[in-house]
Design a protein around this ligand. Structure first.
Ligand code: GLA
Length: 379
């Protein structure tokens, strides 16, 4: 780039950036310090607001959704996610509250997989013999670069992180981008993108814990859930899919129509026992690869509802079975058993070891993409 074009680029970009942060858009995008990591690097907090007052707060530590404030049927705003008030809380977050999970969200059996004839051993992290959610220091525990972004009808933050070849055992330098958008249609849209310089595996996930009542002391057992899936993936005792795609019809796993989460959660069912409740991946019906409705979540008490759409083949529905009241979160709340649920769109768990599952392999020259759209409304 010539000196002149560099000057022009800088001259053009400075007003745009400072405008995003400092002038006309300051109601929509705000940035503040969020404290220092143990190594001295600084984390930041970004707040996105839309015309209806919905507010998404994010941090570049872990590319985490810190809070999501949405109105109830009387217009009263409340945060509908579990998490922490301070960076210190997020640093020791072991539940993946609000996190960007990677390089491979969910489980890989025995922490091993083979690709192009070579076997890779991954970091194992307190999940028996399996690897879970990217390893000991997964993408939820690293500092991402961040920049404000804007497009018609939406304001956002783009996070970037390069995961080095060999990090947590995965091959290839992987360039990751996660962009969170808050739209004027009351959507939180998350777009994931990754490219690699060596064949590798990728399954980036978003791991928010939802409680649409807005009071994290309530359980989510009275929430109603619809999953656009006719089959789910039964698991073994380590929560690794057996490979079967089992029809949900006639089982407690049938959420084809809005059904209370707690309606059948204590049924005599081997799969519910293995998961200590719901902690399974459902096979989404849509086969087009386009963004399609995957789930609807509705809380009758507040009227808050959320439609979740995605282009991924699976959705892990986890209903907070490991929450045990030990983690003191926002406002000091001890998050108790089943006080939130996760709807994690993704490739299937253990895909790298299951040739029949949709592939999670990414090769140089290809681009991994994953979109999730959460649309909030009331009923
Ligand atoms: C996922 C898994 C659960 C659990 C949580 C994090 O949703 O499926 O088994 O590990 O993450 O606690």
């Amino acid at each position: 780039m010539s000196k002149l074009s560099r000057i022009i680029t800088v001259a053009l970009s400075v007003p745009i950036f400072s405008c995003l942060v400092g002038c006309g858009m300051n109601k929509l995008f705000q940035k503040q310090d969020y404290g220092a990591l143990p190594d001295g690097r600084k984390a930041e907090l970004y707040t996105l607001t839309n015309a209806d007052g919905l507010k998404a707060t994010l941090t570049n530590y872990g590319a985490i959704l810190v809070s999501m404030e949405v109105p109830d049927r009387d217009g009263k705003l409340a945060d509908v996610t579990h998490g922490y008030d301070t960076l210190k809380g997020w640093l020791s977050n072991t539940s993946y509250f609000g996190s960007t999970v990677g390089r491979y969200g969910n489980r890989i059996a025995k922490g091993q997989f083979a690709l192009d004839g070579k076997t890779y051993s991954l970091a194992k992290n307190n999940n028996g013999e399996n690897a879970l959610h990217g390893g000991i220091k997964g993408f939820d525990k690293v500092l991402w670069d961040a920049k404000p972004v804007k497009q018609a009808g939406a304001v956002g933050v783009e996070f970037n992180y390069v995961s080095r070849d060999g990090e947590e055992g995965y091959p290839g330098n992987l360039k990751n981008t996660v962009t969170y958008w808050l739209t004027d249609k009351n959507e939180l849209r998350i777009e994931f993108k990754a490219t690699t310089d060596k064949p590798t595996i990728v399954n980036l996930c978003h791991h928010s814990y939802w409680n649409l009542t807005g009071d994290p002391k309530n359980t989510i057992l009275d929430h109603e859930l619809m999953l656009a899936a006719d089959r789910f993936l039964p698991v073994d005792k380590g929560l690794i899919p057996t490979g079967e795609r089992r029809p949900v019809e006639g089982t407690p796993f049938d959420f084809t129509k809005l059904t209370k989460v707690g309606a059948r959660i204590n049924a005599e069912d081997e799969q519910l026992k293995l998961g200590n409740g719901y902690d399974h991946c459902w096979v989404l019906r849509s086969k087009t690869g386009d963004v399609a409705l995957a789930a609807t979540l509705y809380d009758p008490s507040s009227g808050r509802a959320m439609d979740l759409s995605t282009d991924q083949p699976g959705i892990q529905f986890y209903c907070g079975n490991f929450l045990d009241g030990s983690a003191a979160g926002k406002g000091g709340t001890k998050y108790a058993f089943r006080t939130a649920l996760c709807l994690e769109t993704q490739r299937f768990p253990d895909s790298p070891n299951k040739p029949d599952f949709p592939s999670a392999v990414l090769r140089p020259g290809e681009t991994y993409r994953h979109t999730m759209v959460h649309r909030f409304y009331t009923r």
